[in-house]
Design a protein around this ligand. Structure first.
Ligand SMILES: *[C@@H]1O[C@H](CO)[C@@H](O)[C@H](O)[C@H]1NC(C)=O
Ligand SMILES: *[C@@H]1O[C@H](CO)[C@@H](O)[C@H](O)[C@H]1NC(C)=O
Length: 286
């Protein structure tokens, strides 16, 4: 027992997990009980989110956090159901957070409410609030989203202050609006960091809402976004994937992966033949 706890301490120390101020504190009474979720609002703000705490949450163990951003004109409740991040089958041990947008749209959508405090301010404040009230592993905070929410993960990654607090970024059927600066909120200027910005995207070939090859004057081709993140991670401009393999035959699913600047698989993409603007599912499930 003693040896085991010494070993786990050594492991924690060696990978440098920083405890947050919420470590050692009981789960606040207005939060969901471990194993459930609840809708809440950020103190001193009108911004809302749903919070899921895993059944095995331990107030002394730094815990990973998965953000899941809803698509345009959807909301946090639907996103929880769609992404299944509160389902222990997919997420056995992480806190899941489903933020709500102001008006149904996230920054980067031309329809978003861009007034300050904006969505980036909200996510920065929300993550700080989570670190103050729960025991969080700051090296394992992840950003994922659907459609406009997927595009918003790029907005987060592009912001040096907020993006540097997240370990990796993922989008399902991401929508990237074709604005001069890629995302409509300023230049893409992530903070420099050795581990790069891991970026993952899933897209169906028959998506008519956010077409994989883009939409004239409206949305960018997904390949442009993948190559932008490859370039941000040290690959050259318009880099071709390092590998592009068939992982499923019928319907055809191709997995493309970029190695950049020694960072293996730092950008990854799943191209799903026959899938629309939908969350990818194992064949046979709806
Ligand atoms: C990055 O986000 C922070 C926090 O919301 C904000 O204060 C800052 O203005 C943003 N920077 C840019 C370049 O948008
Ligand atoms: C991977 O290969 C398929 C053809 O099999 C192609 O349609 C797709 O564009 C390729 N992916 C990338 C990212 O180049």
């Amino acid at each position: 027992m003693r040896l085991a706890s010494l070993l786990s301490l050594a492991t924690l120390a060696s990978i440098g997990i920083a405890k947050t101020p919420g470590c050692g504190r009981d789960i606040p009474s207005k939060y969901p009980k471990a194993g459930s979720s609840e809708s809440l609002s950020l103190p001193d703000s009108d911004r809302e989110y749903r919070l899921f705490i895993p059944a095995n949450y331990d107030k002394n163990t730094p815990t990973p956090v998965y953000f899941s951003f809803h698509g345009a004109s959807r909301d946090m409740v639907e996103e929880e159901d769609l992404s299944q991040f509160s389902n222990p089958e997919f997420n056995p041990n992480g806190i899941a957070i489903y933020p709500n947008s102001k008006n149904g749209y996230w920054l980067s959508s031309p329809s978003a409410d861009k007034s300050r405090p904006n969505d980036l301010d909200f996510i920065d404040d929300l993550l700080t609030h989570m670190e103050e009230t729960l025991c969080i592993d700051t090296s394992r905070v992840y950003s994922a989203g659907k459609s406009n929410g997927g595009g918003f993960t790029s907005v987060i990654a592009c912001n040096a202050t907020v993006g540097s607090r997240f370990a990796a970024f993922a989008a399902v059927s991401g929508a990237w609006y074709d604005t001069a600066d890629m995302k409509g909120v300023g230049p893409c200027a992530p903070a420099k960091r050795d581990q790069g910005y891991p970026f993952l995207e899933f897209h169906g070939t028959v998506d008519t809402t956010a077409p994989i090859d883009g939409e004239d004057d409206a949305k960018l081709p997904v390949i442009d976004v993948l190559q932008t993140w490859a370039a941000q991670n040290g690959c050259g401009d318009n880099a071709q994937p390092t590998s592009n393999e068939t992982i499923f035959d019928d319907p055809l699913v191709k997995h493309a992966s970029w190695d950049c600047n020694g960072l293996k698989g730092i950008v990854q993409h799943y191209r799903e033949n026959g899938n629309g603007h939908c969350w990818p599912m194992p064949v046979g499930q709806v």
